[in-house]
Design a protein around this ligand. Structure first.
Ligand SMILES: O=C(O)c1cc(C(=O)O)c2c(n1)C(=O)C(=O)c1cc(C(=O)O)[nH]c1-2
Length: 240
């Protein structure tokens, strides 16, 4: 494949598998989620946010090119800020507490769904154990995140009276940051996936990452959707 063809395939993967196609996302933007479902989404998604700078540190540690590291470290700065609590993770915590959750409970991750923990752990270990090229490719879901954020934020503000712009401050810088990050990662992947095997590996990495995001929404839907099968020990407001 030429680099342009590979880019085309990667974009097709996103068009077919990204989590904006998940029924739970559709319910969220149509205004159909209960407050408990919204809280559960925020609480579980915190685990994903919290692992992102850790997996990026794994990628950094394995990159030999200083110019690559200088670019990639911006991702860690975006999420941790200068002091650990002035970046994206802190803003996600604000989102969670704005929805009525307790900050310490969210931070502890103890109330997250088992499947969330497994999915997030799988992402961290993928970026630790696979090739640098595959780890970089697995971040390429960010090519598609500006679209889902563009759907989610206006819909949440319009459809849920308890959601405010302040609560959703996390998302404000994300489309710009994600485009910067995804452009860099895509250029890296297109330059370094030089054999059919490597090209297949980066496609598979993006599929794997779409599956992580999909599995997280599946688990939320199963636990807090119509069936209401909340696993033992997981967030369950009715038990309080
Ligand atoms: O709101 C979303 O649906 C969404 C999706 C993704 C993604 O596609 O992985 C990320 C984010 N947000 C996000 O905020 C973020 O910081 C982020 C980092 C990464 C990554 O894999 O390095 N993905 C995402």
């Amino acid at each position: 494949m030429t680099p342009a063809q590979l880019e085309g395939v990667l974009r097709e993967v996103g068009a077919a598998r990204y989590h904006n196609l998940h029924p739970l996302h559709h319910q969220m933007v149509s205004g159909a989620l209960t407050r408990t479902q919204m809280q559960a989404w925020a609480l579980n998604r915190y685990c994903y946010q919290a692992v992102i700078p850790r997996k990026d540190a794994m990628i950094l540690a394995r990159a030999e090119d200083p110019a690559f590291r200088a670019e990639w470290r911006k991702r860690i700065e975006d999420h941790d800020g200068d002091d650990g609590w002035s970046g994206g993770i802190a803003r996600w915590l604000k989102l969670a507490t704005g929805l009525g959750l307790d900050a310490d409970a969210v931070k502890s991750e103890r109330l997250a769904l088992p499947a969330t923990r497994f999915a997030v752990g799988a992402y961290l270990s993928f970026c630790t154990n696979r090739s640098l090229l595959e780890a970089v490719a697995s971040s390429l879901t960010e090519l598609f995140s500006p679209v889902i954020i563009g759907e989610r934020v206006p819909a949440m503000l319009a459809k849920y009276d308890y959601v405010t712009e302040d609560i959703l401050a996390y998302f404000k810088p994300r489309p710009v940051q994600a485009s910067r990050d995804a452009d860099f990662a895509l250029a890296y992947v297109l330059e370094h996936a030089t054999t059919p095997e490597k090209q297949q590996a980066v496609i598979d990495a993006l599929v794997f990452k779409c599956d992580i995001l999909w599995a997280m929404l599946d688990a939320l839907d199963y636990a807090y959707g119509g069936k209401g099968h909340v696993p033992p020990g997981a967030f369950n407001p009715e038990e309080r």
